[in-house]
Design a protein around this ligand. Structure first.
Ligand code: HEM
Length: 139
């Protein structure tokens, strides 16, 4: 009996140490460190992008960075938790239009290119973010 419970404890412990299933996108993006570099690159690109830079003035950019890293980590199947506001709540009243959304996506792609992320992984992330579009754009 004692051997059985020891075996059970061992099995549970080894499960807990395993990365969650379906984390290949998370790994392709360079795990948490790589995702942080991508998000910081995207925010720098956006701050220099005349189409959308005005959106990123006068906000808590460190909070935005941290919440984006959490969110992309979760979407990519990584071992993270998203602790930010909903997409609807955080973008309400910002008057983000389709052009703004596309501009940010381009800035994200440029940041992933700079990190040499393979195109299939880039497309994988974009596909996970695309469904949020309707909650972010003011129509
Ligand atoms: C798929 C696309 C997008 C994702 C995944 C995303 C994600 C996020 C996240 C996680 C936050 C932080 C929420 C929090 O503070 O709890 C946020 C806030 C924000 N987002 Fe987005 N966003 C997207 C598109 C955009 C676009 C297109 C713009 C403007 C061009 C934008 C501008 C902002 C701004 C200005 C804030 C900060 C609001 C504030 O602190 O008052 N976002 N977004």
């Amino acid at each position: 009996m004692r051997v059985l419970s020891l075996l059970l404890v061992f099995l549970l412990a080894s499960c807990a140490n395993q990365p969650p299933k379906g984390d290949s996108l998370y790994r392709a993006l360079g795990e948490r460190a790589g995702i942080t570099r991508i998000v910081e690159g995207m925010l720098l690109n956006s701050a220099r992008n005349p189409r959308i830079s005005h959106h990123f003035q006068d906000i808590d950019i460190e909070r935005l960075r941290d919440k984006l890293v959490e969110q992309i980590c979760v979407e990519a199947g990584g071992p993270c938790e998203y602790t930010g506001d909903s997409m609807e709540e955080s973008h309400k009243g910002l008057n983000i239009d389709r052009g703004d959304f596309n501009a940010l996506v381009e800035d994200l792609i440029d940041a992933m290119d700079a990190e040499h992320i393979p195109v299939p992984a880039q497309n994988g992330l974009l596909a996970r973010l695309a469904p949020m579009r309707g909650q972010i754009i003011d129509r």
